[in-house]
Ligand binder design. Structure first.
Ligand code: FES
Length: 166
């Protein structure tokens, strides 16, 4: 499928429409445009339907970079609707303990939000502020990342992991 897509030089958006077509729909679910003729030809001659593909996957992902105290950075693609803590746990980010599982009751998911993203991520709610009192080395930009919802508005988010959680 990807080799075939490369051969006809389709754009990423057309590839999404191609994936959509594999799910049995002939038009893009977002813009309702038809697949380009070259892609239709590839589908007709080379591709088979796969129930496991979904065009939504790559359209609903947001990039988040976690920076460790030693400067090591790891960028992950996280699904919108999750929290930053859930994205960290799903990607085995070191230093994010999240002992309470996201109930805002442990402060072991403490991170420092990069200054450029503080407006987009918002201020902590009162309950989060209270719990931050139990976190290690609280500074400007300190947040409990279980309280930060992932949306496209924070694409490229950079957070730093503290030296320890408590
Ligand atoms: S996971 Fe416990 S406060 Fe965030």
């Amino acid at each position: 499928m990807f080799a075939a897509a490369e051969a006809v030089r389709i754009r990423p958006h057309d590839l999404l429409k191609c994936l959509n077509s594999l799910l049995g729909q002939t038009n893009c679910a977002r813009c309702n445009s038809e697949l380009p003729p070259a892609v239709q030809m590839v589908l007709a001659t080379r591709c088979r339907p796969s129930p496991t593909l979904s065009w939504e996957i790559s359209e609903n992902m947001t990039k988040i970079t976690f920076i460790q105290p030693d400067g090591a950075a790891q960028t992950v693609d996280a699904e919108n609707g999750l929290t930053v803590m859930e994205a960290a746990k799903l990607n085995d980010i070191a230093g994010i303990e999240a002992e309470c599982g996201g109930a805002c009751a442990c402060a072991t998911c403490h991170v420092y939000v990069d200054e450029a993203f503080r407006a987009a991520t918002g201020k902590p709610a009162a309950m989060e502020e209270d719990m931050l009192d139990f976190a290690f080395d609280v500074r400007d930009g300190s947040r409990l990342c279980c309280q930060i919802k992932i949306t496209s508005a924070i694409d490229g988010l950079v957070v730093r992991v503290p030296a320890k959680q408590f």
